[in-house]
Design a binder for this molecule. Structure first.
Ligand code: NOJ
Length: 563
């Protein structure tokens, strides 16, 4: 059972890359002091917690997910002192900082691996069994390959050791051997290190793959769950308010295991919901959302879903059927360059054809439907992407602060930036930037700020019950639901189509307050604008259901179904 106050249930998160946010010393790379200087921006955006992509030393073959030292800072980002300063400045503003731990694997440059692979290494005896070695590459054949575009096997031969090593991701990321108790302890020491450094939470990368067993797909194994529970117990004993945020990209039936009985991870991302929001929007039909919420189990006490639209990775299509994947690729990634592995490497604004109505509609669902929402840096101003950059780097370009050279991100010469700024005519920093949007009340930035501010006034969005509602019985175009908690309720209507949709707001209250505009809305006929949405708070006491009218059901509007 959780021993903390579940602060993460009320939080709005943002995910960002230190390297991409703000360069303080003119070397072309964002850094921790730069990020610290921009905390007020994040506070004004309305977020409560900042999830930092990996900040540890790394050769960056997987952009920091290939760690070469778990207990230090990547030099270009600064020092541990800079990290501690970031923590204290964040805490001063009541912001929390989440760091990554990557328990499944290290970089092949990590000293543990160097010692493990080299029989002549002075520490070989200690580290020999820290990785998964084999004389053959035929073991664990049922395990799928995750990076399908770049890897053909989960085994790679190491010349020095004369054996194959196991890796679920790039061959430069050997998997640690969790059957070795020393590895298990070493990772708990890493957790302790970052808690001691002040982190409020840890995003636990790729948890399904910690153990391997013959005859299985080597995912979600009981041994893996047992270890994650041990990690949780350590956290609960050591600093119980620390959040463990798990990244198990699995179906709901498998993901639920990562919450245990409330004694494993506090949060896990709802991966299957995400592509279905995009699917429902493109189809103008809420069915994909209904289906996945029907498959979404109740969580144990103290647990929470993390929801998101886009992130630093491809828009993953692992949790859809092959037919749905093909449809998503054809719809959202018509250019093959926009596809990678089993997903789509595009940012939110280009996916939405830069249509502010659609971007906001997705945020309306993100902020009200289920769990705690995660934004991805730059999406709040509608940044674009660059498919010409390697791997997923086109989603990780410099933050666009203003229209000065290098988008106000860095004073380095442009050729020294870690990645070029986006500068095309539609999404380029000359037009899409924070400064331009700050003073424009109609900007995407200000509208998203407003949505976040309203969400945060109502804890029911993070903690309440979810129930479907009916707005128009003849159409699937509207996603209508109610969130309720401690005697309060809010009804949310989202129109997935570019046509107005008329429906019926039942007389369950004398009137409703549209929380986003402050307007009073009377029960009865109502028309949602194209891609429009409203968050309706009943005013006064609830009334008995008297649903009648041209679009109303004969009965039972309040007979909503809990998922
Ligand atoms: C998930 C991370 O989000 C992704 O960026 C990374 O490549 C893999 N885990 C491997 O660590």
């Amino acid at each position: 059972m959780t021993q903390n106050n579940s602060w993460y249930k009320d939080a709005v998160f943002i995910e960002l890359n230190t390297r991409a946010f703000k360069d303080s010393d003119g070397d072309g790379w964002g850094d921790l002091p730069g990020l610290t200087s921009k905390l007020d921006y994040l506070k004004d955006l309305g977020v409560d917690a900042i999830w930092l992509l990996p900040i540890m030393p790394s050769p960056l073959r997987d952009d920091g997910y290939d760690v070469s030292d778990f207990c230090d800072i990547f030099p270009a980002y600064g020092t541990m002192e800079d990290f501690k300063k970031l923590i204290s400045e964040a805490h001063r503003r009541n912001l929390k900082i989440i760091v990554e731990i990557i328990p499944n694997h290290t970089s092949d440059q990590h000293p543990w691996f160097q010692a493990s692979r080299d029989p002549q290494h002075p520490e070989h005896a200690k580290y020999r069994d820290w990785y998964v070695w084999s004389d053959t590459d035929q073991k664990y054949q049922q395990a799928r390959i995750i990076f399908t575009d770049s890897e053909t096997s989960n085994w790679t031969f190491d010349q020095l050791r004369g054996q194959y090593f196991w890796h679920r991701f790039y061959s430069s990321q050997p998997d640690l051997n969790y059957d070795n108790p020393e590895v298990q302890q070493a990772m708990l020491d890493v957790v302790k290190f970052w808690i001691d450094a002040g982190a409020d939470g840890l995003r636990v990368d790729a948890p399904p793959y910690l153990f391997e067993r013959e005859g299985t797909n080597c995912e979600n194994l009981p041994e893996t769950h047992a270890y994650l529970k041990r990690m949780r117990k350590f956290v609960d004993d050591y600093k119980p308010e620390t959040l463990l945020l798990s990244e198990a990209n699995q179906w709901p039936e498998d993901v639920i295991e990562y919450f245990g009985d409330g004694d494993e991870m506090h949060m896990n991302f709802h991966f299957p919901l995400m592509p279905r929001l995009f699917m429902a929007l493109a189809k103008g039909d809420r069915t994909p959302i209904e289906e996945i919420l029907a498959r979404t189990p109740e969580l144990p006490e103290g647990c929470q879903w993390g929801t998101f639209l886009r992130c630093h990775d491809e828009l993953t299509l692992e949790m859809v059927t092959p037919e749905e994947r093909q449809w998503m690729w054809e719809t959202y990634a018509p250019d093959p360059k926009q596809r990678i592995n089993l997903g789509i490497r595009r940012r939110l604004a280009p996916l939405m054809d830069n249509d502010q109505r659609k971007i906001l509609l997705l945020h309306s669902m993100l902020l009200t439907m289920v769990g705690s929402p995660f934004l991805y840096y730059g999406d709040e101003i509608g940044m674009g992407d660059n498919v010409d950059l390697f791997d997923r780097n086109g989603l990780r370009t410099p933050m666009q602060w203003d229209d000065s050279p290098n988008a106000g991100f860095s004073e380095a010469p442009a050729e020294r930036l870690y990645a070029p700024v986006i500068s095309d005519p539609i999404y380029g920093y000359q037009v899409v930037n924070v400064a331009a949007q700050e003073n424009d009340p109609d900007s995407l930035l200000n509208k998203i700020r407003h949505l976040i501010a309203v969400r945060k006034q109502w804890r029911l969005f993070g903690r309440g019950e979810f129930a479907w509602k009916h707005f128009n019985f003849n159409s699937k175009a509207v996603v209508a639901y109610q969130r309720s908690w401690q005697g309060q309720r809010i009804v949310v209507l989202n129109n997935l189509t570019d046509a107005p949709v008329s429906g019926w707001i039942p007389e369950t209250a004398k009137s409703f307050l549209d929380l986003l505009t402050g307007e009073s809305i009377l029960p009865g006929d109502y028309t949602l604008a194209p891609y429009g949405f409203v968050w309706l708070k009943p005013v006064g006491p609830d009334l008995p259901n008297e649903a009648t009218g041209p679009n109303s059901p004969q009965a039972g509007y309040l007979g909503s179904d809990k998922h």
